[in-house]
Design a binder for this molecule. Sequence first.
Ligand SMILES: Nc1ncnc2c1ncn2[C@@H]1O[C@H](COP(=O)(O)OP(=O)(O)OP(=O)(O)O)[C@@H](O)[C@H]1O
Ligand SMILES: N[C@@H](CCO)C(=O)O
Length: 328
Amino acid sequence: MSVSHNTVKQSVSVFAPASIGNVSVGFDVLGLAVKPIDGTLLGDVVSVSATTSGESSLTVIGKFADKLPSNKEDNIVWSCLLLFNEKLLTVKQTSILVDIVLDKKMPVGSGLGSSACSVVAALAALNAFYAKYHDFSFSENELLKMTGQMEAQISGSLHYDNVAPCYLGGLQLMVPDVDIISRTLPNFADCYYVMAYPGIEVSTKAARDVLPTQYSRSDVITFGQNLATFVDACHRQDKSQAFSVLTDVIAEPYRTDLLPKYKASRDYLTTQGALAVGISGSGPTLFCVCDSQPQAEQFALWLQEHYLQTALGFVHVCKVDEVGATEI
Ligand SMILES: Nc1ncnc2c1ncn2[C@@H]1O[C@H](COP(=O)(O)OP(=O)(O)OP(=O)(O)O)[C@@H](O)[C@H]1O
Ligand SMILES: N[C@@H](CCO)C(=O)O
């Protein structure tokens, strides 16, 4: 046996998946992690390694690297390192110097939880790196709080509906309890989620600015009834009941004008038998639910032809990602 004298570089890589924020009935309080059935990594990857230069660095690679600010201080991954070090300083009176590589696979302003993918992959990778080489890690809840803080910094408001499913996997319901933050709901194992990103950008902030500040009593009642019925149906595994109420009265009616071809596509897919169609997060990605793979593939082809608007667009047939952020 030969013995290598090269020192093995201390390194950790984490993948964080795309997610559907809101899931139509849970504005800011429901989110679902998804993964393409063909094995495509739909999400960001962050690698953290021990630095040899005496100072931390950030390198951004990947298909959508050029959509991010060129200045590292404006990249949310850099803010994650600063926050992680601030917390470390508080509990361990120390901080780390690392080289970070962000593989930006997710389009920005897509409705797929792009900033959440970067935030979750970065904080989970830093935490795993510190656990592996320094024997300490923040708890799941502490880390989740940090992801929320970073998501709020970038989007201007604190909502966990992308970071929670991205970190924890599955279907997540945000609860108003800081010691819990998010609960995993049962989802429907035989369902497919066709995700169609048209290739245009809609900023979360702009899509929030078009929303009313007040709602009518009838909308409030419909919202509460749909969300409660959906959550109850998930627990009872009553698929037809769950998807029959997947109607958004809070955001979708005001956002459709920002999404060319959305309304016509939703109407077509619904008449063709989709269980539900909605806007993923703040758009422009459309999601369509069905419980047969051939039908999902057929809808994917249709969306490819009718919903995409630029060469950057794509369609994926997905299932629920039950795992969330994972070391690769
Ligand atoms: N690593 C990063 N990933 C994504 N956006 C980043 C990142 N670093 C900085 N940004 C900036 O943050 C802003 C993110 O905007 P926005 O909240 O609309 O995007 P998003 O989180 O990608 O959207 P969505 O949740 O709809 O996928 C953009 O201006 C982008 O340039
Ligand atoms: N709940 C958020 C998701 C986007 O990050 C919204 O719809 O504005």
